[in-house]
Write a protein that binds this ligand. Structure first.
Ligand SMILES: C[S@@+](CC[C@H](N)C(=O)[O-])C[C@H]1O[C@@H](n2cnc3c(N)ncnc32)[C@H](O)[C@@H]1O
Length: 278
């Protein structure tokens, strides 16, 4: 089926990939990114289940998690599937995958260090389920489908802030250094709907579910919360009070003095059967 509107080209114009820093390397390649995203994944852990539960994973399924990051989805997927291949081009992310799998006693994950844009099914095989969340695979759904024998499932942001926007709020005015990735253009009309239209125009029958998402953790005290969340961004020595004030709307103090951090958001899961195609 030929699309009337080239949604993927429109996405590239409106939502370009994050710009590399001065050295030309992808901003996703660094250890700093891997460590930051690993911390965010731990805070997202309870809500991540909402995404995995939409994917209809069967115990006999082999799964590919493309652009797996620190294994936020790979680990809970591996608990439901026969095996998971966790592919990423950032070696520090794969270190976190290994650590996170070991912490949970998960032994059926194979980390693969490769670039998604050039890897072929001849190199890594095909899979019952191909998962791609917030990564490069979202710019080519035909390619994602070509690695799947049954289901492709993708995750993106719904009507709520994404991670750069959430960090943008918490670290607003806390550093003299600019972080351009946090100030990216955001317009609901150029969001998940374009992904849906792209998949639909490829002849597939996409299912969509909006799921509650969020970042949360319990702490013994306010100070413990500050200590845990501060390394997610940059705070100049004289701007710590700004960081604390920014965080305040997301902290709830309980009667026993313990503190809960919660920043709610929303994700969208879309999945389609590659064998159901017009
Ligand atoms: C925002 S993180 C998302 C991680 C994970 N999928 C999740 O939803 O929690 C994007 C990940 O995709 C990886 N990535 C981006 N482009 C890639 C590519 N061309 N090949 C392999 N991995 C890639 C990055 O290294 C990063 O770990």
């Amino acid at each position: 089926m030929k699309p009337i509107i080239n949604w993927q080209e429109l996405m590239k114009i409106v939502l370009p990939s994050p710009k590399p820093p001065g050295n030309g390397e992808s901003p996703w390649m660094s250890r700093a990114f891997a460590d930051m995203y690993n911390r965010m994944s731990a805070l997202e852990r309870t809500h991540t289940t909402n995404q995995v539960e939409c994917m209809g994973i069967r115990p006999e399924d082999t799964v590919l998690d493309s652009g797996c990051g620190p294994g936020r989805l790979s680990v809970p997927l591996a608990k439901r599937a026969k095996s998971v291949t966790s592919l990423d081009f950032n070696p520090y992310c794969l270190e976190h995958v290994r650590e996170n799998a070991a912490k949970e006693g998960v032994k059926n994950i194979t980390p693969v260090l490769k670039d998604w844009t050039t890897v072929t099914p001849e190199e890594i095989g095909t899979f019952d389920v191909v998962v791609c969340s917030r990564s490069a695979g979202l710019s080519d759904f035909e390619r994602l489908s070509s690695f799947s024998r049954r289901i492709v499932a993708v995750v993106s942001w719904g009507d709520g802030p994404n991670i750069p926007m959430i960090l943008g709020e918490i670290f607003k005015g806390t550093s003299s250094k600019e972080n351009p990735s946090r100030n990216r253009f955001h317009d609901r009309r150029f969001g998940f709907n374009m992904m849906f239209n792209t998949v639909y125009d490829l002849g597939f029958a996409p299912n969509v579910r909006y799921v509650e998402d969020g970042f949360t953790a319990d702490f013994a005290s306010r100070d413990e919360a500050y200590e845990h969340i501060l390394p997610l961004g940059e705070v100049d020595k004289d701007k710590v009070d700004i960081f604390k004030a920014n965080l305040e709307p997301y902290l709830t103090i309980k009667t026993d003095g313990t503190v809960t951090f919660l920043r709610k958001t929303e994700s969208v899961v879309m999945w389609w059967d590659v064998n159901h195609r017009q």
